[in-house]
Write a new protein. Structure first.
Length: 395
């Protein structure tokens, strides 16, 4: 059996909304349906019935995104009911995992045309109530927020594994001696690069605003922020001696992203020039509390599998869950040219809707390679509970 080349024909995403912001009233299944429909509409030569499967990442799945949000997106987008859908969960890496699984299906000949993406509405994440251990309890019961982080934690888990995500970022800062000023400077650069990219129209071919919502640009970008403003923010996780703040961390967000993946036959049916080709991917594990360094080994493994080195990279999209986390990874890749990392801004400015972020990163790399005309690009994320995921694209 021969392995087929897998092409990214197109990639779209919504503007990323802030927690409780412009997209807060939009259901996650509607966000997912919006990007699926936009993606199909942008390839009018392709019969929607030719889509063999739809893969969507979703990190929560506890609310309106339950019951297989990928299939719900297919139905709500108006695709033929014969088009199936599957939802995958690798927490922050879910959207990229969806791309990888869809690419694998195309490469093996199980699909010729596939849609892959991700969605998250952190604004609409519900509170959940565990069933009581005995019937008809008389006492109060506890609600758990499903917005972010650990909840209903298994007591068998070692305490050092289940620290808050922000404390995990502090541990990375400790490990690499990353200062508060370095984190704030990294965050400031993220906002400035994102604002500049939007001003230059670099996201015009990628972002599809949600119909009926007044949001044309990523909502969390702070054009006017400064080192002075960032310095005024208090540490969020270590009141004394802490360095991780709301200003140098990614925010809570809502959004969706989707990519159209095809083989040679599917490419002919779209009648379009591909943005990029998927080369390889890698996933690795690490101690849960050091999740922020998860991409370190994954990136090296993905490059090795692709027969490439850091010197071959044209662009690199590294998810910015926290400035400390991103800087910790960069410290372990001394041979990487930092100038090619997140050239259009990162998650600290753009936002991090958990299940969608991996698809956003993959789509951004594909668009950047298309704009450059050629090259090798890489997208990578850290993942809560200690994993790293990386994807290599080429054009």
């Amino acid at each position: 059996m021969s392995i087929r080349d897998v092409y990214i024909v197109d990639a779209v995403r919504t503007p990323i909304g802030k927690f409780g912001g412009a997209l807060a009233r939009v259901r996650p299944d509607d966000l997912a349906a919006h990007v699926v429909k936009a993606l199909v509409d942008r390839s009018p030569a392709l019969d929607p019935a030719r889509v063999d499967d739809v893969y969507f990442g979703d990190a929560n799945g506890a609310g309106e995104d339950n019951r297989d949000v990928a299939r719900m997106a297919v139905l709500l987008a108006g695709l033929p009911v014969t088009v199936p859908g599957v939802t995958v969960n690798r927490l922050c890496g879910s959207g990229m995992e969806a791309v990888i699984q869809a690419a694998r299906a195309v490469a093996l000949g199980d699909a010729s045309v596939a849609i892959a993406g991700g969605v998250e509405s952190m604004s609409r994440a519900p509170w959940v109530l565990q069933k009581p251990e005995r019937a008809f309890p008389a006492g109060h019961q506890q609600l758990h927020s499903t917005t972010l982080g650990w909840r209903m934690t298994n007591p068998r888990m070692p305490a050092e594994w289940t620290v808050a995500l922000g404390e995990g970022a502090e541990l990375v800062a400790d490990k690499h001696g990353i200062t508060r000023d370095q984190q704030d400077a990294f965050a400031l650069a993220s906002h400035r690069k994102a604002a500049e990219a939007w001003a230059k129209g670099l996201y015009d071919d990628e972002v599809v605003p949600y119909t009926g919502v007044d949001l044309a640009r990523d909502e969390c970008i702070r054009d006017a922020t400064s080192m002075e403003a960032l310095a005024k923010l208090k540490p969020s996780f270590r009141p004394t001696g802490g360095t991780v703040t709301a200003g140098n961390s990614s925010p809570l967000n809502d959004g969706a992203a989707a990519l159209l993946l095809v083989d040679e036959e599917g490419l002919r049916e779209t009648g379009r020039e591909p943005l990029a080709r998927i080369r390889t991917s890698a996933v690795t594990g690490i101690e849960p509390q050091l999740f922020g360094l998860g991409p370190v080994a994954a990136v090296r493994r993905a490059l090795e599998k692709a027969g490439r080195s850091f010197a071959d990279l044209t662009t690199f999209e590294l998810n910015e869950a926290f400035a400390a986390q991103a800087l910790g990874c960069l410290a372990e890749w001394p041979e990487l040219d930092r100038e090619i990392v997140n050239p259009r801004g990162g998650a600290i400015a753009i936002g991090h809707p958990l299940g969608a972020s991996g698809a956003r990163l993959a789509g951004s790399v594909a668009h950047q390679l298309a704009a450059a005309g050629s090259g090798t690009g890489l997208a990578a994320l850290c993942i809560g509970v200690g994993q790293g995921l990386a994807l290599v694209l080429e054009r």
